[in-house]
Design a protein around this ligand. Structure first.
Ligand code: CAA
Length: 380
């Protein structure tokens, strides 16, 4: 696939590269040490137009194409994958469901605030008993008068606790599986929404992951997103596209691991020559570079389909599955090449190693991506 970028896409790439190298790179140490959500970074990204890259200008966004958005996640994640996932979740599954499935009133009320970074978005699908099998979710929504009352709990909510709006999925019809689920826009101060504990994660320090409890949480009918029973389709349609964002984040981690490993291997001398001159290391680097290139092709191919408005569910799952596996493998090899130093927190490959793993888990585990791809392939 020819990765010729348009002038507009190149402009986005250069702007995000400059921002990432100048501002994101210097924030990494604090985010790592304090595991504190970088709210000021979100504000800065909003000022630069990054919180609404593919959102039409009519709704307060930057009006760039989807490819430019993927380029931005890729570039940010090379410096810091936690910032990459904040942006990916905010846009792909925090804002897009409202843009694509909302009423004109809902779009007008929420999308400009989300696109400017005044609001941060989140997505609440996963529950303690419904992760991969999302259609079995149990949070229920009961309609009384002009309100729905949501009761249940959600786990592993990225951007949770910091978000201003949550796209929440709840059951309006018991016993109807996927067809009984409805989506809602829930504001952070909705009565009955309780923000739970912040997870202490292996990696992605700085990115918030919390549980949510809905205790008869009051949501006005006007905040129902789509029709009753349409929720699962809304979740799946946005996850299809969201997975390209996670592929781009994974690609950023893999590229960073490769770059650090190449630089180190050229400098580090053992047995009288740089370790890059030992075949054991140079072949490792060759394998890493090949996988990174393949992950890049898959990610940008899926992004180009979405940019052209073509179906991309299968390609998004392929990109997410392959790029996340590549991120993990490249990070493991980078630690190996750095040897004992790679196992310390003094070098960035240790963080890449911890950050990589979750990309094989969230937005659908890689086992679920196999299922999605094979379903497309076999039509069953
Ligand atoms: N687009 C639109 N609609 C879709 C769809 C898609 N890609 N896939 C399914 N649907 C709809 C269909 O309309 C279908 O209805 P019909 O029977 O009328 O065709 C209905 O949904 C049910 O489809 P399935 O029978 O295929 O559903 P399933 O129960 O077998 O589950 C699944 C499919 C792919 C396994 C799905 O449950 C899934 O994706 N699971 C993983 C969940 C996930 O990705 N969670 C991520 C949480 S968010 C996150 O991680 C963010 C973060 O923090 C980074």
């Amino acid at each position: 696939m020819n990765l010729q970028l348009t002038e507009e896409q190149k402009m986005m790439q250069k702007m995000v590269q400059d921002f990432a190298r100048r501002e994101v790179a210097s924030a990494v140490k604090r985010m790592e040490q304090e595991d504190r959500f970088p709210r000021e970074m979100v504000k800065r990204m909003g000022d630069l137009g990054l919180m609404g890259i593919p959102i039409p200008e009519k709704y307060g966004g930057s009006g760039f194409d989807f490819m430019s958005y993927i380029i931005a996640i890729n570039e940010l994640s090379r410096e810091n994958a936690a910032i990459g996932v904040v942006l990916s979740v905010h846009t792909s599954v925090g804002t897009n469901p409202i843009l694509y499935f909302g009423t004109e009133e809902q779009r007008g009320k929420y999308v400009p605030k989300l696109a400017s970074g005044e609001y941060l978005g989140a997505f609440a699908l996963t529950e303690p008993g419904a992760g991969s099998d999302a259609a079995q979710l149990k949070t229920k929504a009961e309609k009384k008068g002009d309100y729905y009352y949501l009761t249940g709990s959600k786990v592993f909510i990225t951007n949770g606790g910091e978000a201003d709006t949550y796209v929440v999925f709840a059951r309006t019809s018991p016993g109807q599986g996927a067809k009984g689920i409805t989506a809602f826009i829930v504001e952070k101060d909705a009565k009955g929404l309780i923000i739970g504990k912040k997870e202490k994660k292996m990696g992605l320090n700085g990115s918030n992951t919390v549980s949510l409890t809905f205790d008869e949480c009051e949501v006005p009918e006007e905040n129902r997103l789509g029709e009753e029973g349409e929720g699962f389709t809304i979740a799946m349609a946005n996850l299809d596209v969201g997975r390209i964002g996670i592929a781009a984040q994974s690609l950023g981690i893999a590229e960073s691991a490769l770059n650090h490993a190449v630089e180190y291997a050229k400098e580090r001398k053992q047995f009288g020559k740089p370790i890059s001159r030992h075949q054991g290391i140079s072949f490792k680097l060759a394998d890493m570079a090949t996988q990174v290139e393949a992950a890049k092709q898959l990610t940008y191919y899926a992004a180009s389909l979405q940019t052209q408005g073509l179906p991309c569910g299968k390609e998004a799952s392929m990109a997410k599955m392959y790029a996340s596996k590549t991120a993990r493998e490249a990070a493991i090899e980078a630690v190996q090449i750095f040897g004992g130093y790679g196992y310390t927190k003094d070098y960035p490959v240790e963080r890449l190693f911890r950050d990589a793993k979750v990309t094989e888990i969230y937005e659908g585990t890689n086992e679920i991506q196999h299922r999605v791809i094979s379903k497309h392939l076999l039509n069953n």
